[in-house]
Design a protein around this ligand. Structure first.
Ligand SMILES: Cc1ncc(COP(=O)(O)O)c(C=O)c1O
Length: 442
């Protein structure tokens, strides 16, 4: 690695990727890695899908960039039309940026300005959940509940954000408490927090429909989001769905919220939108939000240099077309149980796997020292990091993480394979993960 790159970690320099195709990445030693997590649940079509590559080539040769302060462009228009043709019925317009954090920042600001447009300037508070992740820029980090990532920057994080409990039944559901009772109890924390802050002061509630990396592909229990929606409606609070990781087909439906039967007011997406072939994020605004702006000041006081970038938008249109042409989201829906079954078969009786959870092509294992007591490994041992290394040694890319329970304790690993991965590749992923897990925990 060049001495001139500022890496993520000086302690553990990364491998060098030189090529990628389908479900595999190749390093500069010629070693092959099965990308069973799509990096961080990004590469929904695997790598370098030829149709998307062709569209990117064509777009960049025709129109590379035109600042959105002066111009719109046909790729942005096409992507907005395409997205709106398949979006939840209450959605009206799309705002394109360069990634998930930018899209979350945009959502927070759009919610805040919405209340200014509506003449309720006191609505400045944003509520989110502990053990969530919404991005690494300061606004997104402040909204998020990833304790480890927040810690170094705590003095810089806005106190306009506060947090309620996640929906995490494996550890938090009480003995004798039904799933429905548990879901209601934790959803009602939103009501309590709104009352504490004063309903007229709360702008929005933000949540991942399926919590991604921080908690390990954790869906909510049935009824949870319906109760959340009721509470938001009762107090006029906007509901922001962060679908950056869980959306765009990852959980077997285009939007992760479809599973919950609940409509958000703002939807944020990124990873699977461009499948990693271009950096792109998107914020969808509902008709009600759009009308407030149109009837109000008429302009969103926000923007970025690369928003609505033609190449990113063209790539995303191509990704969405391939997903439809190849029936890949239905495939994830129908074949997700196959991935679950493979994991159950390999890890269902594993002494150190306490929970197997997920949806679609987004599954995680939560590790325990003891299954009965659910005790965890000493965080100092950093088992999750070792698991990542054991995976790489075997040619497997998975997505391990520590701090599952509270930012410090607990270890889990996630898989998020490409939607077009073959069943043999899924089997290989689970088999290699099994070897890596045994080497790490046994
Ligand atoms: C749910 C969620 N929101 C936001 C983000 C931030 O996205 P990005 O890394 O593209 O800025 C992520 C990234 O992992 C995420 O998983």
């Amino acid at each position: 690695m060049s001495d001139h790159v500022f890496p993520r970690s000086f302690a553990s320099p990364p491998l060098t990727a030189v090529a990628a195709e389908g479900s595999f990445i190749f390093d500069n030693q010629g070693k092959r890695y099965l990308d069973a997590s799509g990096g961080a649940a990004v590469s929904c079509l695997g790598h370098s899908h030829p149709k998307v590559v062709e569209v990117i080539r064509e777009q960049i040769g025709r129109l590379d960039y035109a600042h959105t302060g002066f111009f719109t462009n046909s790729a942005q228009e096409a992507l907005a039309d395409d997205i709106m043709a398949h979006a939840p019925a209450n959605m009206a317009r799309a705002f394109f940026v360069s990634g998930g954090s930018e899209a979350i920042e945009s959502a927070i600001k759009m919610a805040r300005q919405y209340w200014l447009e509506k003449g309720e300037p006191d609505r400045t508070r944003i509520i989110a959940r502990r053990q969530s992740y919404h991005g690494n820029t300061l606004g997104a980090l402040a909204v998020g509940g990833n304790a480890a990532r927040r810690a170094p920057y705590a003095p810089l994080l806005s106190d306009a954000m506060s947090h309620i409990a996640p929906c995490y039944p494996y550890r938090d559901r009480g003995d004798g408490e039904s799933e429905a009772e548990y879901g209601l109890r934790v959803a009602n924390e939103l009501e309590t927090e709104i009352q504490r802050l004063g309903p007229g002061n709360v702008a929005a509630f933000v949540a991942e429909p399926v919590v991604g990396a921080t908690l390990g592909s954790q869906p909510a229990v049935p009824g949870y989001f319906q109760r959340i929606r009721q509470i938001c409606d009762a107090h006029g609070v906007l509901l922001i769905a962060d679908e950056v990781m869980s959306g765009m087909g990852r959980c077997g439906t285009l939007y992760a919220m479809e599973h919950e039967g609940v409509a958000a007011d703002l939807i944020v997406m990124a990873k699977g939108l461009g499948g990693g072939m271009q950096p792109i994020g998107c914020l969808l605004a509902s008709q009600g939000v759009v009308e407030a702006y149109v009837d109000g000041s008429g302009a969103f006081t926000h923007g970025h240099t690369y928003m609505g970038h033609p190449v990113g938008c063209a790539a995303a249109v191509a990704v969405q077309q391939v997903l439809r042409e190849e029936g890949l989201i239905d495939h994830v829906y129908n074949n997700g149980p196959k991935l679950e079954a493979l994991l159950q078969e390999r890890f269902g009786n594993h002494a150190h796997v306490g929970d197997i959870r997920g949806r679609g092509y987004f599954w995680s294992l939560e590790f325990v020292a003891d299954r009965t007591s659910k005790s965890v490994f000493d965080p100092k041992e950093k088992r999750h990091a070792r698991l990542g290394q054991e995976g790489l040694a075997r040619g497997l890319i998975c997505y391990p993480m520590g701090g599952t329970i509270n930012g410090i304790q607990g270890d889990h690993v996630s898989l998020a394979p490409p939607y077009n991965a073959s069943n043999r590749e899924l089997e290989l992923a689970v088999s290699l993960l099994g070897e890596a897990v045994d080497a790490t925990f046994s």
